[in-house]
Design a protein around this ligand. Structure first.
Ligand code: HEM
Ligand SMILES: *[C@@H]1O[C@H](CO)[C@@H](O)[C@H](O)[C@H]1NC(C)=O
Ligand SMILES: *[C@@H]1O[C@H](CO)[C@@H](O)[C@H](O)[C@H]1NC(C)=O
Ligand SMILES: CC(=O)N[C@H]1CO[C@H](CO)[C@@H](O)[C@@H]1O
Length: 329
């Protein structure tokens, strides 16, 4: 009897300590939730949404880089705001080659300043990026989703990590799948999130090889529709390093599903877009989105963005709530 009692209480003690262990786990991604600031800063999401909608009225092309910024943040060290940090020696993510063309940092800084006025020290820069990405999509006519918040900001940024963690537009499908997998994202997420290229622009040097010298014999990429290649060649001369083209010509400011129609017609802009046709699963996703009533892209995008938003997050007591997004406290 005594032993039974003892083992029972041992059992409960174990349960309690396990419970404490898990509830104090500082790196638990499940610390994220939709509406994290409902009590601590009830107007936070409203302020972000209003600011994004205001800047996009002035410059509708700013939505695309704002969406891209969240992707770059999450893939390097996780979604912890490191993409925003600036180092005096410039060895930060902002100065890494893949970041060359990211714009809109001042938008984030201004939103953060408004949030600090409303509720000082409460809303993290990494959460601002997550909310801004959603609101930018909505402002470009995309569909909304519930953004999980509760991230805290990291204290480290490193130029080399950006160079090695961000996928390249020259990557093949095997490499893309591996890179997404290493971030906890599957083939469907890869296909879905690539759909982000339905908005925005890309620079000529990133497609010059596809147009002029694909295998080093002065040829073009056989996976690029030749009519489309001819049109791109008129706009991108071989040595042009400055011109940028619409990745989804005609609707590059609208978050629609035409990315998938383009890819299916061998008109994907980058090799990495075209590569989606080289795997059975990503290809069938692309083709499914081109059917009039079969498109699930808009709801899928929100689901995959939430998943991406969980990569390497800091929650609980780790990290900090930065006062200014460009520097650690
Ligand atoms: C699959 C791997 C990906 C690769 C290799 C890739 C690569 C690139 C490159 C090279 C550019 C053009 C940069 C320039 O020339 O200015 C670009 C632009 C862009 N990317 Fe991606 N990207 C990928 C995934 C994503 C994801 C997951 C998103 C968001 C969900 C995204 C959103 C964007 C947007 C919106 C732009 C346009 C930016 C602008 O207009 O300034 N990309 N991407
Ligand atoms: C894909 O790219 C990787 C890394 O660049 C390379 O090692 C691999 O051989 C490529 N695979 C194919 C099928 O081209
Ligand atoms: C094409 O690539 C080959 C091999 O890299 C190089 O020798 C040649 O100069 C390139 N041609 C042009 C026109 O850039
Ligand atoms: C926005 C931004 O900071 N872009 C920088 C990206 O990196 C290059 C150097 O590789 C800088 O010149 C840009 O200013």
């Amino acid at each position: 009897m005594v032993t039974l009692k003892m083992s029972l209480s041992c059992f409960f003690l174990l349960q309690i300590s396990l419970f404490l262990l898990f509830s104090f786990d500082p790196t638990n991604a499940h610390g994220l939730k939709v509406g994290f600031y409902d009590n601590t800063c009830p107007k936070a999401e409203l302020i972000v949404m209003k600011s994004v909608s205001d800047v996009m009225k002035k410059d509708p092309t700013i939505g695309a880089p704002l969406l891209r910024m969240f992707f770059h943040d999450c893939f390097v060290r996780g979604c912890e705001g490191s993409v925003l940090l600036e180092l005096k020696n410039k060895k930060d993510e902002k100065n890494a080659a893949p970041n060359l063309s990211i714009r809109g940092f001042e938008v984030i800084d201004n939103i953060k300043a408004s949030l600090e006025k409303e509720c000082p020290g409460v809303v993290s820069c990494s959460d601002v990026l997550a909310l801004v990405a959603r609101d930018a999509v909505v402002a470009m006519n995309g569909r909304s989703w519930g953004v999980e918040t509760g991230r805290r900001d990291g204290r480290v940024t490193n130029i080399n990590e950006a160079n090695s963690n961000l996928p390249s537009p020259f990557d093949n499908i095997t490499s893309l799948i591996t890179q997404f997998h290493s971030k906890g994202l599957d083939k469907k997420d890869l296909a879905v999130l690539s759909g982000g290229h339905t908005v925005g622009i890309g620079h000529c040097p990133l497609i010059a090889n596809r147009l002029y010298n694909f295998t080093g014999k002065g040829d073009s990429d056989p996976n690029l529709d030749s009519e489309y290649a001819a049109r791109l060649k008129q706009k991108c001369k071989p040595t042009d390093t400055t011109t940028a083209l619409e990745m989804d010509p005609g609707s590059f400011k609208t978050f629609d599903d035409s990315f998938f129609k383009l890819v299916s017609k061998r008109r994907g802009f980058f090799q990495s877009d075209a590569a989606l046709l080289d795997n059975q699963e990503t290809k069938s996703y692309v083709l499914k989105q081109t059917k009039n009533h079969g498109s699930t892209f808009f709801e899928d995008f929100g689901v995959s963005m939430v998943k991406m938003g969980r990569i390497g997050v800091l929650t609980g007591r780790v990290g900090e709530i930065r006062k200014k997004c460009t520097m650690v406290n």
